[in-house]
Design a protein around this ligand. Structure first.
Ligand code: HEM
Length: 536
């Protein structure tokens, strides 16, 4: 009996040891042997990069390169040569290893691809072999489980349902509303200027956020704008908490701790859900009494406006394909994807107009000629396509300072791109900003502000038609780009019509990246109201 017990004990111990050994071997393979095999695999095809370091990959070097680059502002001699500052690691390693190289995000391989022909394969011809990158849970909590992160059939359904909201004819109906919100902002600045000796200094980022928030709230909720605005205000507070948590992602499980901020976030999240569910319930029940007074006039004019919520409710009613939970996540996603990106475009466009007064004057002359010089008159939907110079300036802004500086894909299977065999689960980093700054495609003046290069349209601005991709490419290209351009053109036109603007002496030119491209020390400008002049 004794012998039987001890033999079974030994068997258990041996099995446990085998399992432990197996697990240890798998872990060691994942964090050491596999990276070494992959390094050899890519090196055999001429693709090299900084060496893999146990567990951390190249993250330490990346962090120190980025910290060094952001320690001082841009040199005055080359203000727009921002790539070495914004994507310091890319700029540094590209000089050593060429345009396509391998880096390590921990034990995960990331192939860096900045050749437009390869980018075409990844996003268009071989797109089926790639998936969107799974964002960190904290980022996902911020961006919602909507279009940005969906895959397969569910993504295709949502994209189909939501696309009509972004057709130009539909978006044109937003022009008066967005215009009025910018005019209100301009009025505030004008009043501040007259109280302050004829000019006013403002940091534009926060103000532009209000404009972008207005546009995305109208696009999402249409006639339920006022109730929607209450929900999105809470969402804005939630985003502020979550982006603070984003800076603490290195503390594992931080987001689950019942800290004061976390508890407030959870409470807000519940409130947002309740608010949206109430709103959806009212709209699904066809409650026409839900519009408020402010919107009575809008309701009349906006008959037929396709807002995102209405499109989703219809889809849910028709084939039950969109449960309420999915609608909630989409609302979150659109708020996240639509607000900060457009704010950044507006901010950088203002920086560039202030840094280049000759272009500011050219754009203003065009605005006055097309839209008139009466500060009481708002530009209309028919004016916007005629603002060609402003369009070129916005494109040049998106080229030099793309709000989304890079995007990532993951290979779902073994696949060949640009003749390079890429094993399954390799990540591909496409540094949009690096392609936009590449002198091979943009010429010797690639780091200079020259909107004239877009005079013949975006596709012909560079030597390669795919060297300009601020909104991505292929089927997952930005769904909101028409809205972003509409907002940006309208806002800049109204501001140019009403103000001369210049950089504040307190402005420090220091673009940096925290998810999106930001001015590191804010964006203070001086606005001086213009006297109405006859347009020539
Ligand atoms: C200047 C402003 C904007 C820029 C630079 C921008 C940039 C981008 C880029 C580069 C992508 C593709 C990412 C990838 O392929 O990995 C994208 C996707 C997306 N954008 Fe934008 N965006 C802007 C404004 C907006 C606005 C205003 C909205 C919403 C109203 C929006 C909603 C989205 C959504 C939902 C996706 C995911 C599309 C899909 O996967 O089907 N974006 N954006």
């Amino acid at each position: 009996m004794m012998a039987a017990v001890s033999w079974s004990g030994v068997a258990v111990a041996v099995t446990a040891a085998c399992v432990a050994l197996h697990v240890a071997a798998r872990v060691l393979d994942a964090v050491w042997w596999r990276p070494r095999r992959l390094e050899a695999h890519f090196a055999g095809q001429g693709v090299r990069g900084p060496p893999y370091r146990f567990l951390v990959g190249c993250v330490r070097e990346m962090v120190s390169l980025m910290a060094e680059a952001t320690a001082s502002p841009m040199p005055a001699s080359q203000p727009h040569n921002a790539l070495p500052r914004v994507l310091a690691f890319y700029h540094y390693w590209r000089k050593i290893y060429g345009a396509t190289f391998l880096i390590w995000f921990g034990p995960t391989p990331r192939l860096t691809v900045a050749e437009p022909d390869m980018v075409r394969e990844i996003f268009i011809t071989k797109a089926a072999a790639f998936d969107r990158y799974e964002a960190h849970p904290v980022v996902r909590q911020l961006e919602g489980d909507g279009l940005v992160s969906l895959h397969g059939d569910k993504w295709a359904l949502h994209r189909r349902v939501l696309t009509p909201a972004f057709f130009p004819d539909n978006l044109n109906r937003l022009v008066p509303h967005v215009g009025r919100s910018v005019a209100k902002l301009a009025e505030t600045w004008r009043a501040m200027a007259s109280a302050g000796g004829g000019e006013v200094e403002v940091d534009v980022a926060e103000w532009f956020q209000a404009v972008a928030e207005e546009a995305i709230t109208r696009a999402t909720f249409g006639r339920s704008y006022v109730s929607g605005r209450v929900v999105f205000r809470m969402q804005a507070r939630l985003m502020a908490f979550a982006s603070e948590a984003f800076r603490k992602v290195l503390v594992p499980g931080y987001r689950f701790l019942p800290t004061k901020k976390n508890r407030m976030s959870w409470g807000l999240d519940r409130e947002i859900r309740r608010g949206l569910i109430r709103l959806i319930g009212r709209r699904s029940g066809g409650d026409a009494g839900e519009e408020d007074d402010e919107n009575a006039e809008m309701k009349h004019k906006d008959d037929g406006f396709k807002d995102l919520l209405g499109l989703m409710i219809n889809a849910g009613a028709v084939n039950k394909a969109m449960p309420v939970e999915d609608m909630l996540e989409e609302c979150k996603t659109f708020f996240f994807a639509g607000k900060q990106t457009t704010t950044n475009l507006l901010t950088w466009a203002t920086v560039l107009l202030a840094m280049h007064p000759e272009w500011q004057e050219r754009a203003r002359r065009e605005v006055l000629a097309v839209c008139g010089d009466d500060a009481g008159e708002l530009p209309t939907k028919d004016h916007l396509p005629k603002l060609k110079t402003l369009g070129m300036i916005l494109n040049e802004t998106l080229r030099l300072y793309p709000p989304a500086v890079a995007t990532i894909r993951r290979a779902k299977c073994d696949v060949t791109v640009g003749g390079i065999a890429i094993p399954r689960d390799t990540e591909l980093l496409v540094p949009i900003m690096a392609i936009h700054h590449d002198a091979r495609f943009w010429g010797a003046d690639a780091a200079q502000f020259n909107p004239a290069r877009f005079a013949g349209g975006a596709a012909r601005a560079a030597k390669h038609p795919l060297a300009f991709v601020p909104f991505g490419l292929g089927s997952r290209m930005c769904i909101g780009q028409n809205l972003a351009i509409l907002e940006a053109k309208l806002t800049m036109a109204i501001l140019l019509q009403r103000f001369d603007l210049k950089l504040s002496p307190n402005y420090v030119h220091a673009p940096t990246v925290l998810m999106l491209l930001y001015p590191q020390y804010g964006a203070p400008f001086i606005f001086r109201p213009r006297q109405s002049q006859p347009s020539d």
